[in-house]
Design a protein around this ligand. Structure first.
Ligand SMILES: [Zn+2]
Ligand SMILES: [Zn+2]
Length: 284
């Protein structure tokens, strides 16, 4: 099973020479089992992924949306499989029911903010409402959700299939304040215990690390994390690999290279910087 990054940027896509190497598309990650891929978020990276899935003649796709902020949703109406006959698409997103998810997607896809209305595609796709603590079998995958720390709410997901597992935690701030819980090197708080359960022993944790620790201290309510906390969480959960993800729009390739030097040499966890086009092989 392979994981491929199609969009790694947070908050807003960027297009500039100094961000071209890590990539400027916003959040979109593919877990590919060769039969029924799972797509994590539909930021602008979902356009190229959708085209690739159509060219690969994929017959079934599962899409998991973490929340409804536009950097995670903008690419959804450009995601080719939703317009492709004979491709079954299931979209699971925060909500109490399928109707609730449809209504939330419809606030963007309503003919005013986007020319394609959710009603134009709703009959072609299956919508599923996900709640914190919820568990569902979607395609070939078992998906579990937990609540993260982000304005407006956000779900983290654990995706398991074929004996492999991936946890996707974006967008989220640390789940404990600086002087408590894992943030302070102390036992996990209640919220951290729930997330640790989600991440326990995963082959790969993909986590929001948009801020440095110093930036986090000045923007603690913004709901974004920093690499030091992500590594602590990954260590506590026994994750095998960690992808630092949801890069700041202002982070240049050079700045991200420096973060790689600072954080990616870890004795027990295989840490990498998420980069558009990068493939992580979970079989290795
Ligand atoms: Zn985001
Ligand atoms: Zn967000």
């Amino acid at each position: 099973m392979k994981v491929r990054y199609w969009g790694v940027r947070g908050s807003i896509p960027v297009a500039a020479p100094d961000t071209a190497r890590y990539g400027g598309n916003s959040s979109c990650v593919e877990i590919d089992d060769g039969v029924c891929p799972v797509v994590l978020d539909c930021g602008t990276g979902a356009r190229a992924l959708g085209r690739d899935l159509v060219l690969r003649h994929v017959k079934e796709v599962v899409v998991l949306l973490s929340h409804y902020h536009m950097d995670h949703l903008y690419g959804f109406p450009y995601f080719g499989p939703i317009f492709t006959p004979n491709c079954r698409v299931t979209v699971a997103a925060p909500g109490v029911s399928a109707v609730d998810v449809k209504n939330r997607l419809g606030r963007y896809m309503n003919g005013r903010y986007h020319p394609i209305r959710i009603d134009d595609v709703a009959e072609e796709i299956e919508l599923v409402g996900m709640r914190p603590g919820g568990r569902a079998t979607l395609g070939k995958a078992t998906v579990t959700a937990a609540s993260l720390s982000h304005p407006g709410g956000c779900l983290g997901y654990r995706v398991e299939f074929d004996g492999r597992s991936v946890a996707y935690l974006t967008d989220t701030g640390p789940l404990s304040p600086p002087h408590q819980g894992l943030s302070a090197g102390l036992p996990a708080s209640g919220a951290e215990k729930r997330v640790l359960e989600l991440v326990k022993g995963v082959d790969l944790l993909v986590m929001d690390t948009m801020f440095s620790f110093e930036e986090y201290l000045t923007k603690m309510t913004w709901g974004h994390c920093h690499p030091g906390y992500a590594i602590r969480l990954a260590e506590a959960a026994g994750a095998k690999r960690l992808g630092l993800f949801h890069h700041a729009p202002d982070a240049s390739d050079e700045a991200l290279d420096q973060l790689a030097v600072q954080w990616c040499d870890h004795p027990t966890i295989d840490v990498h910087m998420a980069q558009e086009g990068k493939v992580v092989d979970l079989e290795g």
